[in-house]
Design a protein around this ligand. Structure first.
Ligand SMILES: Nc1nc2c(ncn2[C@@H]2O[C@H](COP(=O)(O)OP(=O)(O)OP(=O)(O)O)[C@@H](O)[C@H]2O)c(=O)[nH]1
Ligand SMILES: [Mg+2]
Length: 348
C-alpha cells in the first residue's frame, strides 16, 4: 500500500471520516446539507498518515491512523470553539473512581443508548479502550489495582453524543487528572488556578469514595478532604456561578453490602451534601447529588448503575453568563427614539 499524506490544508474543512471528500467537492458523505450538523465533521480528522521513519510498515490490507487519544487543553479548546460542547471536570481524591467513571460510561455505550443519549463518535477511542481495559481487569480482582492516573497535565476524553430528545449533538469533554493533585490544593489553594479544567467546566463533578466513606476510620478524614478541596477551589476563584456542581458517591455496590445496608454511609453522604450546599451553594447555579457504581466488583450494584442520571446532568444546556447590569426592562414606546434610555451605572 502506498503511504498517504494528508492532502488538506489546515484551513480546509475537515472530516473525521477518511472517505469523506468534503474538502474537495464540498459534499458531506453522510448526506447532511449543512456540514455543521454532521457529527463526523470536525477539525481532528482521522486520516491515513505516513509512518514515522523506522516504524513498521502498515499491514497491506489496512491504513495507519493517527492515535485516537485524549485531548490536550489546546485541542479541547479547539473543539469548544467549533462545536456546542459540555466541559466536565471530574475531581476528587486519589482512587475515588474518576478514571473508572469515564471507563464505565464508555462501557455502557458499547451496549447501546445511555438514558436518552446515544454515541455518535469519539476522538479518544483508543484512550477509552485503554482505560476500560484497565478498569475491567481491576474490577474482576479481589484487590483493586487500576492503573493510577499519573501526575501531569489534565487530559480530556472526547465524546460526541446525541440527545435523542432534543436532537442536540454536543461534544462532551471529560477532564481527568491524578487525584493527589486536587488534594494538594488544600494546602495551596492557588495551585487550583493551574488546573484549566476547573475554570472551563460547565459541570464540576466532585467524587466521594464510597468505600472510604463506609469505613468508620476514614469517614471523617474523607469528608474534610472534600470540604477543604471545594473550599480551595472557591478561594482560588476557579468556580463561577454559572457552573453546576455534581457531588457523586462512588462504589455503591460496596456500600450496599455493608451490614446495615449502607444506611450510615448514605446518612454521612447526605450530611456532607447538606453542609456543602449551605456553605458553597451560592457559588454554583445548581448542586445535585448522585450515587453510582461505575465498575462494581461485587453484586451489590449493576455495572454503570445511575450513570445515565449523571450523564443527563452533564448533557444539560450549559449556563451562559449574562451580566446583571444588562438585564433591564426596555420601555414600550411607539417612537423608536423614545425607547432609548440611560444605561444603568457601570453598564457602558
Ligand atoms: N467496588 C467498586 N470499585 C470501584 C468502582 N469504581 C471504581 N472502583 C475501583 O476503585 C479503584 C480506584 O479507581 P480509579 O478509577 O483508578 O480512581 P481515580 O479516582 O481515577 O484514582 P487516581 O487516578 O489515583 O486519582 C479501582 O481499583 C477501581 O476498580 C465501583 O463502582 N465499585
Ligand atoms: Mg485516575
Amino acid at each position: 500500500m502506498a503511504d498517504l499524506e494528508p492532502q488538506e490544508s489546515a484551513e480546509s474543512p475537515r472530516c473525521a471520516n477518511p472517505d469523506c471528500q468534503v474538502a474537495v467537492d464540498g459534499r458531506c458523505i453522510e448526506g447532511f446539507p449543512d456540514t455543521a450538523e454532521c457529527p463526523q465533521f470536525g477539525r481532528i480528522a482521522i486520516m491515513p498518515v505516513a509512518p514515522a521513519p523506522g516504524a513498521h510498515p502498515a499491514p497491506s490490507n489496512g491504513v495507519a491512523m493517527q492515535a485516537s487519544t485524549t485531548l490536550s487543553v489546546d485541542e479541547a479548546d479547539d473543539v469548544v470553539k467549533e462545536r456546542p460542547s459540555r466541559v466536565i471536570a471530574i475531581a476528587g481524591p486519589q482512587s475515588a473512581g474518576k478514571t473508572s467513571l469515564i471507563a464505565g460510561l464508555y462501557d455502557l455505550f458499547q451496549l447501546g443508548q445511555v438514558g436518552n443519549v446515544s454515541f455518535a463518535q469519539s476522538f479518544s477511542l483508543h484512550a477509552f479502550e485503554q482505560a476500560a481495559h484497565d478498569s475491567r481487569a481491576a474490577s474482576r480482582r479481589t484487590t483493586p489495582n487500576t492503573a493510577r492516573t499519573e501526575r501531569g497535565e489534565v487530559r480530556f476524553y472526547h465524546l460526541e453524543l446525541v440527545d435523542t430528545d432534543s436532537g442536540a449533538v454536543p461534544s462532551v469533554l471529560l477532564g481527568d487528572r491524578a487525584g493527589e493533585e486536587y488534594l494538594e490544593t488544600r494546602s495551596n489553594p492557588l495551585s487550583a488556578q493551574e488546573f484549566p479544567e476547573l475554570r472551563r467546566a460547565d459541570v464540576l463533578t466532585l467524587l466521594v469514595d464510597g468505600e472510604r466513606l463506609l469505613d468508620a476510620g476514614q469517614r471523617h478524614n474523607l469528608r474534610s478532604e472534600i470540604r477543604q478541596t471545594l473550599h480551595a477551589f472557591v478561594e482560588a476563584g476557579v468556580v463561577r456561578t454559572t457552573q453546576r456542581l455534581a457531588l457523586v458517591l462512588t462504589k455503591l455496590d460496596v456500600i450496599r453490602k455493608a451490614a446495615d445496608g449502607g444506611e450510615r454511609t448514605f446518612q454521612g453522604f447526605d450530611t456532607l451534601l447538606a453542609g456543602l450546599r449551605a456553605d458553597y451553594g451560592a457559588n454554583f447555579a445548581a448542586v445535585e447529588s448522585f450515587q453510582i457504581a461505575a465498575q462494581p466488583s461485587t453484586d451489590g450494584a449493576k455495572r454503570g448503575e445511575n450513570l445515565d442520571r449523571l450523564l443527563a446532568y452533564w448533557m444539560a444546556e450549559p449556563m451562559r453568563y449574562r451580566p446583571a447590569s444588562m438585564v433591564f426592562d426596555v420601555p414600550e414606546a411607539e417612537r423608536y427614539f423614545d425607547r432609548l434610555m440611560a444605561l444603568p451605572k457601570g453598564a457602558q
